[in-house]
Structures are given as C-alpha cells and as structure tokens.
Write a protein that binds this ligand. Sequence first.
Ligand code: NAP
Length: 306
Amino acid sequence: MSQYPSTAPGQTTFKLNTGAEIPVVGLGTWQSPADEVTKAVESAIKSGYRHIDAAWIYGQEAAVGKGIKASGVPRSELFITTKIWCTYHRQPEACLDESLKNLGLDYVDLLLIHWPVPLEKRGDEKIPLNEDGSRAIDRDWSPEQTWELMEKIPATGKAKAIGVSNWSVPYLEKLLSKAKIVPATNQVELHPFLPQHELVKFCQSKGIVMQAYSPLGSSGGPVLQDSLVQSIAKAHNADPAQVVISWAAQRGVVALPKSVTPSRIETNRKLIELSDDEMLQLNELHKQDGKAVRLVKPNWGVDLGW
Ligand SMILES: NC(=O)c1ccc[n+]([C@@H]2O[C@H](COP(=O)([O-])OP(=O)(O)OC[C@H]3O[C@@H](n4cnc5c(N)ncnc54)[C@H](OP(=O)(O)O)[C@@H]3O)[C@@H](O)[C@H]2O)c1
C-alpha cells in the first residue's frame, strides 16, 4: 500500500468546502496564444471537459470566453476559474470585474489570488519594477488583507468560491489564523518531480482541495520524457500525460494540463487506473538524483516559504 493518500480512480469531480463539485481535470490556458485558445477551449468542452482555468494576467480571457460560448454547453454545466493579479491585491473585486467582462460571464466558479505577493499599482503596468530592476512589492499591504477583501466577494454572486494559488504551508498557516472563510483550493506547481507531499497533506487536513498546475512540467512537458512515466504509460497502452494526470487525480489533486492541440486535449482528460505500486514509484520519483525541480519560479524577491 502507498504511504500517501489516494482516492478512487475514475472519480470525475471532487467536492469543495463550499459543497460545489470541481471537475478533476481542467484545461490550462497559460501561454495559449489568443488566436489558438478559443479553438482549444471550444474543442475541450466539446470533447467533455467542464473545467477551464484562466487568469487576468494571461491577457487572453476574451478569447477564452469566445471558446466557452462557441462550445454551446450551458454555463451552469461549466466550472470556470480566474485569478486576481498581484497589482490588484488592494482591489480584488475590480480585477474580477475586468475578468468577467473579458470572459463574457456573470460569475466564475472559483476566484484565486494568483500569488501571495502584492505589487504596487501603477496604471496598466502588469509587473511594475523598482529602479534596480526588482519587482515593486507593495510592502504596506499583506496577503491576509487581500483575503479579507476576497471574503466579501461570494456574497456578490460574482464568484461562487474563493481560493489561493502558490501558497506554502507557512503562508497558509498565517492566512488560516485570521480567515473567516477557508480557501476552497490551493493551486500550485505539482508533478512527479515536485510532488508537494507535505503541502498536499496539510491542505487535505484543512479541507482545501489541491490543484496541480504545470502537471506535465510546463512548456514542452518535460516530465513526459521520464523513463518511469514512459514505462508506466506503455504498460497501460496510454499516453505519458495520462499517467501523470491520473497520478494527481488518484492523490485527490485536481490537474490542469494545458494544450492547444485537440488530440492531446482529448487524451489528457481520460484517466487511467494506476496500481498502488505505480503510485508509490511516481510518489518517490523526485528522490532520484537531479529529478527534484521547481520549474515556475518568478523572481519575486520575497520568501514564499517554499
Ligand atoms: N497559478 C499559477 O501561478 C499557474 C502557473 C502556471 C500554470 N498555471 C495553470 O496551469 C496550466 C498548466 O500548466 P502549464 O501551462 O505550465 O504546463 P503543462 O500543462 O504542464 O504543460 C503544457 C505543455 O505540455 C504540452 N502537452 C500537453 N498535453 C500533452 C500531451 N498529451 N503530450 C505531450 N505534450 C503535451 C503542451 O503543448 P501544446 O499546447 O502544444 O499541445 C505544452 O507545451 C496553465 O496553463 C495554467 O492554466 C497556473
């Protein structure tokens, strides 16, 4: 038996602490060009996805919204996430309003604080910098203050659930010591080279659903080249991407693979059933020499508690 928590394979949704169901596989949209993401979203929903992961900072929410509309699937059947960008920590609802306008929606199912790093608001600048080139952190504002403002949003009906992204255990402990609403999810980089065992255990003990971003290892999907991942895929006559997405799902973690390639989009949603031994091997893969890696690490200039 695996020493790590596992859930029934084939399960297609997890329950959030709001009572809502979140589909276990969602389509990622970061770095999907605006002229390709509409088709990607449309084909994903038409092939059975009900969950799309967007963000204000990706700059193409309008194209994502077009894909949602083109799918023809009723809004009530979809689960749409967006994220408050760092320059909006003092006014998260204003960022959400822009996202809703871009997406052409009245509400999102999940609203996340993208990073626990407030940046100064300087006009339309997305990443304001100091003269020395470092990021212009808003040092008079804390992520906990942002969460207090986030807590007012569900009552407006513009977001059904609120959560966080890129929060470490120390950051979560600080947040939970003050929060009136427990975040519904924590979305972080998570794949077999960065399995986040401690964070998954902590979040699951608090009823926070974990979401895996960059589940394939981000651009180019480097995790899919791993020989263990490939050998497990071969044994199941499956694609390596199905192995790592199913591994996340069997740990009770939502996976958000990004693709603009319709055949991959379709395959990525199909979960396979991994054995306890395969789960254990994937859980331990990061311990091999040189395997452990964090691929998404913007130079914020603050200690994120990782
Ligand atoms: N909250 C955050 O701070 C944060 C940070 C990063 C990402 N995210 C979210 O997580 C999503 C996923 O992460 P990601 O975009 O970094 O990377 P990813 O999903 O791990 O990997 C995407 C890459 O894998 C390729 N790919 C997809 N399916 C494949 C398959 N079946 N076989 C081979 N290659 C495949 C894609 O190529 P093609 O597109 O060319 O098919 C693309 O190059 C993002 O899009 C975003 O929604 C959130």
